[in-house]
Design a protein around this ligand. Structure first.
Ligand SMILES: C[S@@+](CC[C@H](N)C(=O)[O-])C[C@H]1O[C@@H](n2cnc3c(N)ncnc32)[C@H](O)[C@@H]1O
Length: 478
């Protein structure tokens, strides 16, 4: 009998809890006592396995079910097999290791299930692994079908179809080939509290080994382990945010001293980034943010206070679709120099970071006329646009890769009554872009399409893989 590694036990338990409690794997990993007791190397492996197991679950389940003579697997046995199949198929763990560990994981929860586990995992290794390698090879040659993309990137077929249309052949192939990589770990130094040298010192003192990037204030870390424990996030000395989110915040950032409306503030990450960018460009802006969920507004207020932005940023619980109405609170009255709509979206640009999305997202959320995410996004954009003054900028952002939520919403807005006074501008023509160092300008330029819209996934970073964020800048005629 092989000795079962503690990382695999922890990962299988996280998967079981995700299923039983309908919780997010990342939250469970952060709060699990057994995970906290692991060595740093084992914690990293448990994290990789748990997130990968969730991320690939739909694809793996279909493969496992095809190998079963009878169609039922006890849920905890399935959790164990999901971990081992993920290792076999996407982590290149040697087959004898992945299979023997998988069998031992199954023995823990179902001593009579080891024979079945052994047989099924051997079939995964002998049949599915070569099939995946062939599909991957076709994707590498850009000779792929949506079903090949679905297999290589472990996505539901409908989402692979959508991504193929949204990203084109080259884009979807690049996405698929890195879809199961670990997400990059980035933080932004909070310029409202510290200069860049101080931030690097704080991170280094916490053993986090920061590396600077081409974007001012953006640092990459080799691992997220230790970031939460360092306390630096709680006191808002640093803001965890993918570099792609930081790119969007920089390009949409308000000019110093101006008044900006933010729609969809969430827990305030972008507010912190926007103010940090404004400060780097010369001074704070006045930010009036709205968010529909009251508990997020409370979190944002606390973070703004901690970042000493309590005066510069107001956080208001409000449905952004009401922004065109009369009788709003005083902080939301009058017109704004700019508005930033950080729209609720599918999150399909962040699948590496939020593995549940791939299998939780339902096709109607994108496609159902009138009730879909694109319909809500368009309503929010229209409402925010009514508050932008002459010559002001309206920024529309998502962390989605889907055309319907991005270019589709922008086109529908421009074709409508509110959009008639706006035109698209390239971020290259903005003061924010001009304020960037040349290396960052080159990186950002590669993300901007011929239509002037930004898709961060246009760029392959030599460093860590970036999330897929979208940004369009629109200007109201003066
Ligand atoms: C992409 S998230 C924003 C993330 C946030 N800006 C941050 O940086 O943490 C979109 C946010 O829009 C909020 N939202 C959804 N519908 C809304 C509405 N009708 N009005 C205002 N906010 C809304 C969601 O609750 C969510 O927090």
């Amino acid at each position: 009998m092989a000795t079962l590694s503690p990382a695999r036990i922890a990962a299988a338990d996280v998967l079981s809890n995700v299923r039983r409690r309908n919780a997010r794997a990342r939250d469970l990993l952060r709060t699990s006592a057994p995970v906290a007791r692991l060595t740093p190397a084992d914690r990293a492996l448990a994290t990789r396995l748990a997130l990968g197991g969730v991320r690939t679950s739909g694809t793996v389940d279909a493969l496992l079910d095809a190998h079963l003579r009878r169609g039922h697997l006890e849920p905890r046995v399935r959790d164990a097999l999901r971990i081992s199949a993920f290792e076999l198929l996407w982590l290149a763990t040697p087959a004898h290791v992945a299979i023997s560990q998988g069998v031992e994981l199954v023995r823990r929860v179902s001593p009579h299930g080891t024979g079945l586990a052994n047989a099924v995992l051997h079939r995964v290794a002998e049949e599915d692994l070569p099939a995946l390698a062939r599909a991957r090879e076709r994707v590498e040659r850009r000779n792929c079908t949506a079903s090949g993309i679905a297999l290589v990137a472990a996505l539901p077929q409908w989402l692979a179809d959508e991504l193929m249309v949204s990203l084109g052949t080259d884009g979807v192939c690049r996405m698929a080939l890195s879809a199961l990589d670990a997400p990059g770990v980035y933080v932004a130094g909070n310029a409202c509290l510290h200069n860049d040298v101080e931030v690097e010192h704080l991170l280094s003192a916490a053993g986090l080994m920061p590396c600077s990037t081409s974007l001012p204030g953006c640092l990459s870390l080799s691992s997220a382990a230790g970031l939460a424990a360092s306390g630096l996030v709680d006191v808002v000395d640093v803001v965890p945010a993918d570099m792609a989110a930081q790119v969007v915040a920089w390009l949409a950032s308000p000019a110093p001293g101006t008044r900006m409306l933010e729609v969809g503030q969430g827990r305030g990450t972008k507010s912190l980034l926007l103010e940090s960018c404004a400060l780097r460009r010369g001074g704070l802006a006045h930010l009036a943010a709205v968010e529909s969920e009251a508990f997020k507004v409370a979190v944002s207020r606390t973070r703004m206070e901690r970042a000493r932005l309590g005066k510069a940023v107001t956080c208001t619980a409000l449905d952004g679709r009401r922004l065109g109405e009369k009788g709003l609170p005083p902080e939301l009255s009058g017109s704004f120099d700019s508005a930033f709509v950080d729209a609720p979206c599918s999150g399909t640009g962040t699948l590496r970071r939020h593995p549940e999305i791939a299998w939780a997202l339902q096709e109607p959320a994108i496609r159902t006329a009138g009730q879909s995410l694109p319909a809500l996004q368009l309503e929010l954009l229209r409402a925010a646009s009514t508050r932008v003054g002459a010559g002001g900028t309206l920024a529309y952002a998502t962390c989605s890769e889907l055309r319907q939520e991005n270019e589709g919403v922008v086109s529908a807005f421009l074709a409508g009554q509110e959009g008639a006074a706006f035109s698209l501008v390239s971020p290259r023509s903005t003061a924010a872009f001009a304020a960037l160092p040349p290396q960052a300008q080159r990186l950002f330029t590669a993300m901007i399409g011929p239509d002037g819209m930004v898709r961060t996934s246009r760029v392959d970073t030599p460093e860590l893989p970036l999330d897929g964020h979208f940004l369009a800048l629109l200007v109201r005629e003066a």
